[in-house]
Write a new protein. Sequence first.
Length: 128
Amino acid sequence: MAQKLKALRPSLREKKRYMVFQVISGRPVTAQEASDAIMGACRQFLGELGMSRAGIIMLHDKWQQASQRGVMRISHKEVQNVRTALMLVRSIGSREAVITTKGMSGILRKAVQRFLLAPEGQPPAVPG
């Protein structure tokens, strides 16, 4: 009989953050182009070891083509390093582009509600 692995306790799990970012460019870019540019910039700035520590995962199903916003999951210890790597992106494909961070959350649902779906020019809705 095969034994089932026990789930890790919450204190032993890798803690993660969800970062909402926006691509600012003259022409719209696809989720794959944005992902390739972000991963390339992170690999160049952090290196292979830093990439594995950051645990970057792009959530392609959360990409919004109209607003050019997306969500990525990263380790809570590498937030500042990944933000720095995003600032180093100067082009996506052959187009000039800049990537800005819109917000950060430890819960995906709150990141989507507050930063991904927030209208442009309005502060994110924070319950008070």
